[in-house]
Structures are given as structure tokens and as C-alpha cells.
Design a protein around this ligand. Structure first.
Ligand code: SF4
Length: 421
């Protein structure tokens, strides 16, 4: 999952029994998105700022006990709700032994109501996968989608990133999964790497597409403070591609993938027709989601809960019936800002009519100058009532979204405004 990490909030205490369930219209019928965070990895990668620790048996068995209890508690509180998707993210969920994954899946089936054709994704890293029979074991548990952390098919890149696998292991893991019968596999790649140039990135995409995955997630390398890569960047020139070259890598990379049959349906995500990630699409459509495990985030209705980052605090929170977990009450302004930010990440774009209905004003009028400038510069388009970013617009989406978010909503007016379509 796109992980949302944060410090526990110093905000009101949860009265879990008083949870407003599924406030969004039709949420109950659509089902909940369930995310399970597995905070363990083989080792730390040089760029990683996610919440994870090196796997050890003692902490893992503590985690399992707490997680199973958390599943039971939320299932009870939410009155055994329907779930549309499950996503095991991390960390490295493929480190969890099959018999333990089975316990988690059984607990989910016992305390929630899986919907027919539920999408169940497991993030897997090449160093922790096994042979085809291990992959068949995953299928037998109901896991029907894999998201594999390949990151690069060049060994030098993988070494620089401190990834604990090489390119050959990644290809073999993919082939074992195929042989076992997985028909929905996504591969993660990182671009904008030290010493990487446009041609190498485009070559990577051609090579990876020959494997034939159904889905690709391509993330721009970000150097986060506190990571080993950040410390290296202070000591030496990492020879990262310049900004202009990074822009080309994004735009030409997306064009290359589309020519290979992968549609860009979100800034970083590409899929063959019908293989978009239903779980992640749910986030971009602001669906309710329940996050389990340390650091996981939940949003139900207008409330957002963040589990503590560390095992001891997480365990105490769950055993204390969540009474120590703070929540954030999302006001309408925050939800509207999120609606715009999330929708503009997608190729579908923002439904202007829906936005006007919720916001009470017309974004195209209130941000007229900005939107006209974006359209004139081929950074955005309005088409069939939706505001969409073009590929060049997506390449600078952070700046555009910041400008839109910073613009003030209008003073209340008695004259209804309309949206040009
Ligand atoms: S595998 Fe993923 S979560 Fe684990 S250390 Fe590497 S980047 Fe971080």
C-alpha cells in the first residue's frame, strides 16, 4: 500500500463503540479495503524510510499474537463487515511463513465477510520467495495477486540500493510465480537512480515488459532524510539524473509503457486492461479502509486512526482495546483537499460536478487563472466534466497540487456557479 506513516496523534481518545461506520454513500455495499502491515524485512535498503525492522522470531511471534487480536477486535467493532480487498504490505510480507499467513487469512475469514472475487495482494521480495510449490501455497490461501519488489534489473543499481537480491533472483522469482499459476503479477521499479540515464531507464522498461507482468508500479527515487542514501548524498555526489532528465524519464517512460500495452492509470501505476489494482484504486476514490499492524492507518467515515509505530506501543494499544489510540476528525475542507489531490493522481481525473456538489463552489471558476494557465501549457485538460493532468502535468504534479491546495476557497456566494464541460 502506499504507506501513510506518522507519529501517533495527540488527539482525542477513540470510543471504538461509537465509530461512525461507513459514512460514505454506498460504502457498505462496496466493502471495506483491508490493509495488513508486516513490519519485517530481510535487511534495510539504503533508501528505505518505511516502518520495518529486520525479521526475528521473537518479535514476529509477538506481532502475530497482537495482529490476530486486532483482527478479532475490529471485526467485532465493525460487526463483521464485508471486505472487497486485502493487501499485505510492508516491510516484506513474503517473509511470513505460509502456516502463519494461513492463520491470518483464517482470522480474517472468521471476523470479516470476504466478498466474491475478493482481490488479495501480497507484496513479495525476490530474496524471500521460494519455489513454485511455495507460490502454489499462497494461491491455496486465496492470495491471487502478487506485487514483487524488483526495483531494477541491473545488479549495480541493486547493490547501490542495498537490495538483498540480484536481477537473476528477481527474474527467477517471477518465473516460479507464473509456473505456480499466478495470473496477476505486478512488478515495482524505481527510476531516477544514481548514474541512471534516460536510455538505461527505457531499456529497463523494454526488458521488464518481456517478462510479461500484468501491472507495473514505477516510483521515482526519493532521498529521505535519515536514510543511508541521504547520508551518502551529504558525503558524495550520487550522480543522480538532473531534473530535466528526470522529467524525460517520467514522460518518455510512460509513453514507452503505453506503447508496450500498459495503460497509465495513476501517476506511478501502469496496467494491462482490467489489471488495475482494485485496492489502490479504492484509496484514490476515498473509500473507507482499515489498516492493521504497527503504523497502519485507518480511515472510516471522517475519522482517521493511526496505529503506533513500535511493537510495544502497538501491542499495548490493541490489548487496551484501542483506548490509547488517538484519532483525527477530518473536516470537510481536509476531505475536499484529499479528494482533489487523490483524483488528480489518476488518469480519470477529478469529477468537477461531484466536487462542486461537495464543495459548494466551482473549482474551475475559483482557480480560473491557474487552470487556464495549466491548459495553455498542456499540463491539464478538461474533458467530459473531468479535470485531468496530462503526462507533462503529472511530471510536476506536486507543484500543481500544492498550488491548487493553497488557493483559498471562495467566500460564500448566493449565485450558483456552473462548470464548463
Ligand atoms: S524491502 Fe522495502 S520495506 Fe524493506 S527495507 Fe527494503 S525498501 Fe524498506
Amino acid at each position: 500500500m502506499p504507506k501513510i506513516l506518522g507519529e501517533p496523534l495527540n488527539t482525542p481518545r477513540v470510543d471504538v463503540d461509537a465509530l461512525p461506520l461507513f459514512q460514505g454513500k454506498g460504502e457498505k455495499a462496496k466493502g471495506l479495503l483491508l490493509y495488513v502491515h508486516v513490519p519485517f524485512c530481510h535487511s534495510r535498503c539504503a533508501y528505505c524510510s518505511f516502518h520495518s525492522q529486520v525479521f526475528n522470531d521473537v518479535t514476529f511471534s509477538w506481532y502475530m499474537k497482537t495482529l490476530l487480536l486486532e483482527i478479532e477486535l475490529w471485526g467485532r467493532r465493525l460487526k463483521r463487515p464485508s471486505i472487497a480487498t486485502i493487501y499485505f504490505g510492508g516491510g516484506t510480507p513474503s517473509l511470513v511463513p505460509l502456516n502463519q499467513l494461513q492463520r491470518i487469512m483464517e482470522a480474517i475469514h472468521k471476523h470479516f465477510r470476504p466478498m466474491p472475487r475478493m482481490e488479495v495482494t501480497l507484496e513479495a521480495n525476490p530474496e524471500s520467495t521460494q519455489d513454485a510449490s511455495w507460490f502454489r501455497g499462497l494461491l491455496s490461501l486465496g492470495i491471487n495477486r502478487l506485487s514483487m519488489g524488483v526495483q531494477s534489473l541491473t545488479d549495480d543499481d541493486l547493490k547501490r540500493l542495498d537490495r538483498p537480491h540480484n536481477a537473476r533472483m528477481a527474474v527467477e522469482a517471477f518465473q516460479q510465480a507464473r509456473q505456480a499459476g499466478f495470473t496477476n503479477i505486478s512488478l515495482d521499479l524505481i527510476w531516477g537512480l544514481p548514474r541512471q540515464r534516460l536510455k538505461q531507464w527505457l531499456d529497463q522498461l523494454k526488458t521488464i515488459s518481456r517478462l510479461g507482468p500484468e501491472h507495473l508500479s514505477c516510483y521515482n527515487l526519493t532521498i529521505e532524510e535519515g536514510t543511508p542514501l541521504y547520508r551518502q548524498s551529504l558525503e558524495m555526489d550520487l550522480e543522480l539524473p538532473y531534473e530535466q532528465e528526470q522529467g524525460k524519464m517520467f514522460i518518455y517512460g510512460a509513453e514507452e509503457l503505453e506503447s508496450l500495452g500498459y495503460l497509465q492509470y495513476e501517476i506511478s501505476n501502469f496496467a494491462r486492461m482490467g489489471f488495475e489494482s482494485r485496492h489502490n484504486q479504492g484509496y484514490w476514490e476515498e473509500r473507507d479502509f482499515l489498516g492493521l499492524g504497527p503504523s497502519a492507518v485507518t480511515t472510516i467515515g471522517n475519522r482517521r486512526y493511526r496505529n503506533p509505530l513500535f511493537m510495544d506501543e502497538y501491542d499495548a494499544a490493541v490489548r487496551g482495546d484501542f483506548s490509547s489510540i488517538g484519532f483525527e476528525e477530518l473536516d470537510e475542507q481536509t476531505r475536499l483537499t484529499e479528494m482533489v489531490m487523490l483524483a488528480l493522481r489518476t488518469s480519470k481525473g477529478l469529477d468537477l460536478k461531484e466536487h462542486r456538489k461537495r464543495a459548494g463552489f466551482d473549482l474551475v471558476k475559483t482557480h480560473e487563472k491557474l487552470i487556464k494557465a495549466l491548459i495553455a501549457n498542456d499540463l491539464a485538460r478538461i474533458n467530459r466534466g473531468r479535470l485531468r493532468l496530462t503526462k507533462p502535468g503529472m511530471a510536476v504534479s506536486n507543484v500543481i497540487m500544492e498550488r491548487i491546495a493553497l488557493a483559498e476557497p471562495p467566500a460564500p456566494s448566493s449565485t450558483p456557479m456552473s462548470t464548463p464541460t
